[in-house]
Design a protein around this ligand. Structure first.
Ligand code: SAM
Length: 220
């Protein structure tokens, strides 16, 4: 089976998802690496990343640019799993990766050391003034598993996201309400964004890859 570029920088081979390894020989953990015509591709696991889950769930548009040169603000970088893949996808761009847990941040640092297009920022996404020095960004990725993730995303977008910029927002519905149906909760977050003037490009629940999580892509 052939490797096909499904979205800029994101490749699929049957059900497997890959990115082109920006740093030859780099492995985040035990992911499979395949080599085609001297190019390395790393397998991207939809059970470990909401972005990969979005690909696996059949999102129609992941609006990364052909030139793969966006500047992105990524909130909730954790140990750097997904960020390392975004760094492959945006090989000509740059990522500001914010994380507030010192344990996670320590594990994020070696990933950033090997990948020159990620700047780790130890800060609270609720306080964008802590990283007000960053430049304007083309995209904002938010995966912070907080009940007010949508509000935090909008506040950061007001500060840093260019007009027509893209928001990728992961919703952990169980952080918002454990009694309501996950899809209904996510629908309400989508509605919140629409009411605030965002254009919703696509959204879906990510089950079975990320149980009770939704993923929203919207344009400012
Ligand atoms: C679900 S994990 C992110 C996983 C990561 N995006 C990935 O796919 O590899 C959520 C992360 O958000 C971080 N986080 C939660 N609230 C935050 C805040 N207010 N500011 C910065 N980081 C936050 C947590 O410490 C945690 O590491």
């Amino acid at each position: 089976m052939q490797l096909k570029e499904k979205f800029p920088g994101i490749f699929v081979k049957g059900r497997e998802i890959y990115t082109e390894n920006l740093v030859k020989g780099f492995r985040y953990s035990d992911e499979k690496i395949i080599k085609i015509k001297g190019v390395e591709y790393r397998e991207f696991n939809p059970f470990r990343s909401k972005l990969a889950a979005a690909v696996a769930k059949g999102f129609e548009h992941l609006p990364f640019p052909e030139k793969r040169d966006w500047i992105m603000l990524y909130l909730g970088a954790a140990h750097g799993y997904t960020v390392s893949y975004v760094s492959d996808i945006l090989c000509n761009g740059f990522i500001y990766a914010v994380e507030f847990s010192d344990r996670c941040f320590k594990e994020l640092l070696p990933v950033c050391k090997e990948r020159k297009n990620i700047a780790p920022i130890f800060a609270d996404a609720r306080k964008p003034e802590e990283y007000s020095w960053i430049e304007e960004v083309h995209a904002l990725y938010v995966d912070i598993a907080q009940p007010d993730a949508t509000e935090i995303a909008m506040r950061n977008a007001d500060e840093f996201l260019k007009q027509n910029g893209i928001l990728f927002l992961a919703i952990k519905t169980r952080s918002i309400d454990v009694t309501q149906k996950p899809k209904k909760i996510c629908q309400a977050e989508v509605e919140k964004l629409s009411q605030a003037g965002w254009k919703i490009l696509e959204w879906r629940m990510l089950d079975p890859f990320e149980k009770d999580h939704g993923f929203i892509i919207a344009k400012k």
